[in-house]
Design a protein around this ligand. Structure first.
Ligand code: MAN
Length: 347
């Protein structure tokens, strides 16, 4: 059952609300923001996806070339070797490309409704070969010694998880790839457990196994080991094709509560919850049988890539979990879950 209380102001942000950040491009999508609180405000680190205005008969999209400059590639829509059936990806002669280039931009708000940019916080662009197709879906772990940002690094050689650390969202320490390919959906726990750091991550193992949620531990948040698979997809269900962690789990007296996404073979993305043991988060105490949020609002069903609700950011306010999410891979929305209602749904 869908137990999310959607903001009546949804969508909160749409592509036309901002100016493109790359010269000659248009904003195609705003999506999947990481969330943190700073200076009494709510901040979103949004993924902004851009491409040039599309000409008839062509597909054009930007990539970073070897010298780190943005270059536009063009494909002929009628080329029989081109597979453009998915609006997000194109396949050509055995190589996959993304139809847009993503980077991050910050917006903040006093009321969780009106978000605006602050010119003191510049956009964050991908850097280097491993980010030459862009950076996506940033999670923010707010920790004692700074903000730990995990995000997807995309390039022709890999999809993996990158780490950046910042104190102020102006200066960033780039720590490189912490989970090698194919991996994404990484959320670092915001507190140590028995002296160790923990993270959820999502390696893909297509021949044996699948797109499952794993847990790893680390002494320093750079080196990860003792990997364990803690949740798998469920045949026939709403989360039958892939599952992945959302934001850092919330510590509750009952356990670590994780809001995760699951998709079926039709690429319909819903949200569910996992409850993990406080002392040993590899133990799953409960898992949603049915989604706690499904794409049911019109803006969640139609857009750049319809039938998607995808979250990787929230903050806790009393019993309320304020989530921000990407809808239809095009607009950013807000919703509230009562933690209590989530627990009731897990019984
Ligand atoms: C993948 C990621 C997300 C995206 C969903 C739905 O999981 O690329 O960023 O929102 O697919 O398209």
């Amino acid at each position: 059952m869908d137990i999310a209380k959607r903001s009546e102001h949804n969508p909160l942000l749409k592509p036309s609300d901002l100016r493109p950040g790359i010269k000659g491009m248009e904003i195609t999508c705003l999506l999947n923001p990481g969330v943190f609180r700073m200076n009494g405000k709510t901040w979103l680190i949004m993924r902004v996806a851009e491409r040039p205005a599309q000409e008839p008969g062509k597909i054009s999209f930007p990539v970073y070339n070897k010298s780190g400059k943005i270059e536009v590639l063009h494909f002929d829509k009628d080329d029989p070797l081109l597979d453009a059936s998915d609006p997000r990806v194109i396949k050509y002669k055995g190589q996959n490309y993304l139809t847009t280039l993503s980077y991050f931009r910050l917006v903040c708000s006093d009321d969780d409704i009106n978000f605006s940019e602050d010119p003191a916080y510049p956009p964050i662009f991908g850097k280097g070969l491993l980010e030459s197709f862009g950076i996506e879906d940033c999670r923010v772990a707010t920790m004692e010694d700074g903000y730990y940002l995990t995000y997807t690094q995309v390039s022709p050689v890999a999809v993996g998880v990158g780490l950046m650390v910042t104190q102020d969202f102006i200066n960033f320490e780039h720590k490189g790839m912490i989970f090698p390919p194919h991996n994404k959906d990484c959320a670092i726990f915001e507190q140590k457990i028995n002296g160790k750091y923990y993270a959820l991550h999502r390696p893909s193992s297509p021949e044996l196994g699948g797109n499952y949620i794993w847990l790893a531990e680390s002494p320093d948040r750079l080196h990860w080991g003792n990997h364990k698979c803690i949740a798998v997809t469920r045949p026939g269900g709403w989360d039958s094709a892939r599952i992945g962690a959302g934001a850092a789990p919330v510590r509750t007296p009952e356990g670590w509560l994780e809001i995760y996404h699951g998709a079926n073979s039709e690429n319909r993305y819903c949200l569910g919850a996992l409850l993990l043991d406080l002392n040993d988060p590899s133990k799953v105490l409960a898992r949603s049988k049915d989604p706690i949020m499904e794409p049911i609002a019109p803006y969640e069903q139609t857009g750049f890539f319809g039938n998607v609700v995808f979250t990787n950011g929230h903050y806790l306010s009393g019993d309320n979990l304020k989530i921000f999410y990407g809808a239809s891979d095009e607009v950013i929305c807000g919703a509230t879950f009562s933690i209590n209602n989530i627990f009731n749904s897990l019984k």
